[in-house]
Each structure stands twice: as structure tokens, then as C-alpha cells.
Design a protein around this ligand. Structure first.
Ligand SMILES: C[S@@+](CC[C@H](N)C(=O)[O-])C[C@H]1O[C@@H](n2cnc3c(N)ncnc32)[C@H](O)[C@@H]1O
Length: 195
């Protein structure tokens, strides 16, 4: 039987360990940010799907001591990320979730992904629902001139989502960072300036 290499440690996993980041996902955000300069000093960032914390770690480094990062996840972050970090241990779908007192944000970044059920249509639908919630959060809580980053899985519903969020932002682009595993269907959409 041929075993999948998917869960084997790889270059980015080793690098994350060595550099003290909570996950290899850091390098996806780093590459996007290096290319498009999204996370700036003193900024306020909303990080959706923040667990285990590598995007928040990166964002905190970039915003510096006068910035703020607000993280949200259904899984609890146990890292101590310091006093410029606020964490909500809640679902983005929870109607009682209220982080509005920290808004408006300079950037809303979402790496949310559902726990997959193995039922393909259901997984794609769940992922799309999370991406739509992220886009809605950007519309409500981001500065007009802010930037949105969102993970999305290419598959059924992707084109509709792309068309939908095109209406929210002045410019959008899709980008697949090097750190995304080659067999993965994930891609990142970046949206600039709310319409
Ligand atoms: C790929 S991980 C994020 C990794 C993170 N960006 C990092 O660098 O450490 C996706 C996350 O989305 C979270 N998630 C899934 N459904 C969610 C929901 N309804 N609300 C908030 N977070 C959710 C999962 O718990 C998981 O931690």
C-alpha cells in the first residue's frame, strides 16, 4: 500500500519549529504579506480561525507594540501572545460573538477551515459558509481602505463565492503560496478596499 506523505513533517513544518511558530501556516501568510505588504506597524488585525496561533504570532510581530491583534477560534489558543493580543474562544457562527469594541480593523485575515466530515459536498459547503462569514466580518468591521485575506477551497461554489466577494471589494486577486501543499485545493483570496 502506498502511504500518503501529507502528514509527514516537511520543510515548512521543520522551519516553523526552528523559528518558534505554532504552525507551518505562518509561511503562507508571510508570503502573501511580503508580496502585498498588508500587515503594517501599529495596525489592528482581526485573525479568524487563529488556532494554534502562527498567523497571530506573525501579525503581532508586524504590528509591533502599538498594534493589536484579535484572534477568534473554536479551539483555544494556549500560547501566551502578550498584552496586544485578545482572543475569543468562540465560533464565527455564534450569534453572541461580539468583538465590535476592537473595530475598525486595518485587515481581516481568515485561515478558517472546517473540521472535515469526509463527505465532500458537505465539507465544501461548510468551507464556503466560513469564507462568507469572514467576508461579512470584513464588510462590517474593517476600515474602508483595509485589506482582506481569506482561505477558500477550490471546488463547487468557488466561482459563486469569487463573484460575490468581487462586489464587496474594489480589487480582488487569488494567490496560492508556496507553503500550500501541492495536492491541496486551498487558495487565498485577497481583497483591497471595501466598495
Ligand atoms: C488551518 S487552521 C488555522 C491555522 C492558523 N491560521 C495558524 O496559523 O495557526 C483553521 C482553523 O479554523 C478554525 N475554525 C473552524 N471553524 C471555525 C468557526 N466556526 N469559527 C472560528 N474558527 C473556526 C479551526 O478550529 C482551525 O483552528
Amino acid at each position: 500500500m502506498i502511504k500518503s506523505n501529507y502528514h509527514k513533517p516537511d520543510f515548512f513544518t521543520d522551519k516553523a519549529k526552528k523559528e518558534g511558530y505554532a504552525a507551518r501556516s505562518i509561511y503562507k501568510l508571510e508570503e502573501i504579506d511580503k508580496k502585498y505588504q498588508i500587515i503594517k506597524p501599529n495596525a489592528k488585525i482581526l485573525d479568524l480561525g487563529a488556532f494554534p496561533g502562527s498567523w497571530s504570532q506573525y501579525a503581532l510581530k508586524k504590528v509591533g507594540k502599538n498594534g493589536l491583534v484579535v484572534g477568534i477560534d473554536i479551539q483555544k489558543i494556549t500560547l501566551d501572545l502578550g498584552s496586544n493580543y485578545v482572543f475569543f474562544h468562540q465560533s464565527i457562527l455564534d450569534p453572541s460573538l461580539d468583538f465590535s469594541s476592537y473595530a475598525p480593523f486595518n485587515a481581516v485575515i481568515s485561515d478558517m477551515a472546517p473540521n472535515t466530515t469526509g463527505i465532500k459536498d458537505q465539507d465544501v459547503a461548510l468551507s464556503l459558509e466560513l469564507s462568507l462569514m469572514a467576508a461579512e466580518a470584513a464588510q462590517k468591521y474593517m476600515k474602508k481602505e483595509g485589506t482582506f485575506i481569506c482561505k477558500i477551497f477550490q471546488g463547487e461554489g468557488f466561482d459563486e463565492f469569487y463573484s460575490e466577494i468581487k462586489q464587496y471589494f474594489k480589487k480582488i486577486k487569488s494567490f496560492k503560496p508556496e507553503a500550500v501543499r501541492s495536492q491541496s485545493k486551498e487558495i487565498y483570496l485577497i481583497g483591497w478596499e471595501l466598495k
